[in-house]
Design a protein around this ligand. Sequence first.
Ligand code: NAP
Length: 484
Amino acid sequence: MVSRVIPVDPFDLVIFGGTGDLARRKILPGLFRRFRSGQMPDGARIIAAARSELDRAGYQQMISDAIQEFGGAEKDDTEAVAKFLEVLDYTPIDAKGEGGWKALSKMVRKDVIQAFYFSVAPSLFGDLAQRLHDYKIANAESRIVVEKPFGRDLESAKELNKSLADHFDEKQIYRIDHYLGKETVQNLMAVRFGNVLFEPLWNNHYVDHIQITVAETVGVSGRGAYYDRSGAMRDMVQNHLMQLLCLIAMEPPSQFGADEVRDEKLKVIRALKGVEPHHIVRGQYDAGPDGPSYREDAENPRSFTESFIAMKCHIDNWRWAGVPFYMRTGKRMKARTSEIAVVFKDLGHSIFEGDEKRHRNILAIRLQPNEGIDLQVTIKEPGPGGMRLVDVPLDMTFAEALGAGEHEVTDAYERLIMDVIRGNQTLFMRGDEVEAAWAWTDPLINGWEARNDVPKLYDAGSSGPEDALMLLHREGRKWREIRG
Ligand code: NAP
């Protein structure tokens, strides 16, 4: 398959926190892949800035190592890596002080696209925005990229929004949710709005329920202290799962434009009802043969933070009235998988004698692994024995169906960074969306904190606590199996 390259104008991309984990693991290896596939213009420059007293050569060495480790660089890429390193520069800077800002000001060109990636703790966002303004480095066209977590509640999200809005217009701010950069997530919109088949069925007349699952096999070891202050609700549901839910549930936008799409997502969040306490199941993984318990990983023996959450939600609008949206996400689960499943209603009456099973069409959108789409349909079981029906998947794994090689299914980060350079905000969260998501999340968290809710233990390597299975079972439904 020939990939279509959309030309990009020359740019200066400044990465604050360029020595950090995210920069080394995701951002720079992603940029390297773009460079290798010829999708970076000649005039592109990447300037990393952090407190470490490195010179340019020292930083280039750091990134060369990172590309080897995380970038998918192959043996014959030596020349490409060397060329990519030439694009890189480094300057020491202190976000909280004045050191390094004049030097940065001299380095950043004024006549090209400027993007400033804040790959640092959110507590530094305000300082960076302020100094970019004070030192007249940024201009009215500059773009600011910020990472999650965007606040830990509505109040802190509002403060963060304000600290950016003091110096930058909303049109300049790109809040990354890397789930939105995934190929399949965009395909979800293509499937919904590019086919005549699905849209007529996409409502409470035909959809029985929707399941969103994001399961991870890793625990929180290594980031336990951070995670313990956050939990699955803040870390995953408020942002990633909420974004997926919005894309599944939103009305068709008038066009695929940034504000049109984001307006529709915002309406979904605002239409989300509060969730009854008995429709929320929180869990913590227990110790198992492969590792310690959540509380040991978090180094907090009395922790009440959830490493798993499942819930049943409702969207209070015409299209979705009465349709449950079940969401679940957790650590140390059976397999690493992210999937959205639209489970359609059964036919209600079968014309085939002896066929007592209630067959259901299911459209499953797999985000990982094996990004793809799978439509469960009912057919006649082949062979003799009369009209016996069987459910089979019509499976389309993108990499197979489209003949796409590894490089074609691009990583979410590289796609999103190039969207920043192109000035396309469609796949980024708007400030009001983030605030609306916190406005829905806050009362749920406050509710279980007030009740001193204790998370249920679940076995590491399982599908989560028994109560989460019951959330569907007691309504005659069943979670889809978590399969890697
Ligand atoms: P990290 O490894 O701790 O890196 C933080 C970076 O900030 C380092 O480059 C550090 O460099 C720099 N820094 C710290 N204080 C500074 C200051 N006063 N002035 C200038 N630079 C300063 O963190 P990270 O994991 O890369 O995460 C960065 C951001 O991305 C965070 O907001 C995080 O929540 C978010 N995020 C990370 C991931 C991930 O996978 N890592 C995923 C999603 C979101 P020096 O020590 O050299 O100054």
